[in-house]
Design a binder for this molecule. Sequence first.
Ligand SMILES: CC(C)(COP(=O)(O)OP(=O)(O)OC[C@H]1O[C@@H](n2cnc3c(N)ncnc32)[C@H](O)[C@@H]1OP(=O)(O)O)[C@@H](O)C(=O)NCCC(=O)NCCS
Length: 229
Amino acid sequence: MPTSATTADAPPGLAIRYPTTLIDTRRLGGAQHLLLRPVLPQDESLMSAFLLAQSAGARRNRFHAAINPSPRLCRQLSQVDDRLQLALVVCTLDAGLEQLVAEARYCVVDEGRSGEFALMVDERWQGQGVGGWALRALQQAAARAGLAWLEGEVLADNRAMLSLAQRCGFACIPDPRDDGQVRVRRRLSAVDASTAGAGKARRSLGLWRRLGRALTARAHSLRCVPLTH
Ligand SMILES: CC(C)(COP(=O)(O)OP(=O)(O)OC[C@H]1O[C@@H](n2cnc3c(N)ncnc32)[C@H](O)[C@@H]1OP(=O)(O)O)[C@@H](O)C(=O)NCCC(=O)NCCS
């Protein structure tokens, strides 16, 4: 399987790589299929629907402010410069239509030594392991990309995220500059780079090839824009 999709004749300014090795699948409750994959620029409208469906409280926990999911924000979240950021989405099909159930990303900071992460799971899908899956996928991708740390800022009253971070091995340190915030930080290792891959290896190579081909076609018009976290 190729490590990335390439389009030799992509117009200037268009990103041409799609990291298909990051694609993963999972079943919830034995029936519901979920696909975890890198975000695509075409996900802008799915991103908008996803953010609009979340409560103001969930959006505050994710963005640390009462944000409005404007077209500009949704474009920023779905059109990423893969040199600066990794963005993943978890999708499902609802009545045959794709919808997002989670988004997770890290931005490269500290001169390439660390990734600053954030994630959000649709409130209807929380408490089923989706957040843990997405966070571990970020850990694995960051470790494979050679980052030494994954870290994030979590609101001090966000018990769900602090609990998840602890479960994933992050140290939680009160932010000395802001008592409403906790810094979560985890050192990455070679083990992080390899763990999630064990499950993938057992899965059908044919499935990955089909997914890779389908997403390569969708990725044809990838566009790079600088992105805020
Ligand atoms: C934090 C968040 C990503 C967790 O996603 P999730 O899919 O529910 O995560 P998982 O199902 O993998 O794990 C949830 C864990 O949190 C715990 N949890 C869930 N809700 C909780 C709550 N209200 N209080 C305390 N713990 C809670 C669960 O018990 C579980 O831990 P356990 O497996 O040890 O029991 C999700 O709640 C979310 O998107 N919140 C809004 C956005 C946000 O806070 N983003 C974080 C910004 S950095």
